[in-house]
Design a protein around this ligand. Structure first.
Ligand code: UDP
Length: 259
């Protein structure tokens, strides 16, 4: 695979130079990290599932007019994307209290929030991605007022759409993280959705049982990570019948057919 120039390696993905200027190849690894990379592991087959799930969600979002960096999926673990200048902010959208919100404010996990909450975190591993306000973003010039308006607007649209998408397959969208990027056209830039949308960056609970179908299985040592990700993919209609039992089978099956 890789004679290509590697641009960046993150915790769960690698970015390679793309075939044309302004494009990149995003490769999904099986590596998993939690608690600011203090906990590390491998979830065999996760990259394949996240590539597929993210492709699906980004395609549906593009259909409703949310601009994204996704161009097309290339193979089991790679997708072609537009190169963006990443805005150094993690945008977290919450519908139900969980994780750091519950810990920070003492709200019981699972409490429905009275309204959707948007939070911003400064993307800096060395600092542990601290919670910030729009005042910090304006003060340090991480994004303009206009860009923040577009970001918040898109985050709400993504939340509305995804809440419905997941509710339709019996999954509660508790919270999720988004990242945005700038693309330049001469001296003008605009904001588009970047990164990925997958169970790595979302909390997804089964509506009937509250079973966790996301990375909390890894964070909290619950086991069954890949099965949970597969279940999300299966409900989204992304796993061919009969092959859902082993995503690695799926990968080797495709490789044999040269796809
Ligand atoms: N999240 C993420 N990357 C991060 C931090 C959070 O994808 O670096 C996602 C996480 O999966 C969850 C949501 O953002 O769906 C809110 O996470 P939270 O602030 O509760 O932090 P956590 O409990 O994951 O440390």
């Amino acid at each position: 695979m890789s004679r290509r120039r590697q641009i960046y390696e993150g915790k769960a993905k690698i970015l390679y130079e793309g075939p044309e200027p302004g494009t990149l190849i995003q490769y999904f690894k099986d590596d998993a990290t939690a608690f600011n990379a203090q906990k590390k592991g491998t979830i065999s087959g996760k990259g394949v599932l996240n590539n597929r799930i993210s492709e699906h969600v980004f395609t549906l979002l593009a259909n409703i007019g949310v601009p994204t960096h996704f161009i097309k999926r290339l193979n089991m673990r790679e997708q072609l994307i537009r190169q963006v200048e990443i805005v150094p902010i993690e945008v977290v959208v919450r519908n139900v209290a969980a994780g750091s919100l519950s810990t920070r404010l003492g709200i019981e996990e699972g409490t429905q929030l009275p309204r959707t909450l948007i939070e911003y975190y400064y993307k800096d591993d060395a600092l542990g991605d601290p919670l910030i306000t729009e005042e910090h973003i304006a003060c340090f010039g991480w994004a303009s007022q206009e860009e923040m308006h577009d970001i918040a607007d898109m985050a709400i649209r993504v939340n509305d759409f995804m809440s419905g998408l997941f509710a339709g397959i019996g999954i509660r969208l508790v919270d999720f993280k988004l990242e945005f990027g700038r693309i330049w056209d001469g001296e003008f830039s605009r904001i588009i959705l970047a990164d990925e949308i997958s169970p790595d960056g979302c909390r997804l609970w089964d509506i009937a049982t509250n079973e966790k179908l996301d990375k909390d299985r890894f964070r909290r040592d619950l086991g069954g990570e890949v099965e949970a990700y597969q279940e999300v993919a299966r409900r989204l209609g992304l796993l061919p019948e009969g092959l859902e039992n082993d995503v690695l089978d799926l990968e080797s099956h495709r490789k044999k057919r040269g796809k």
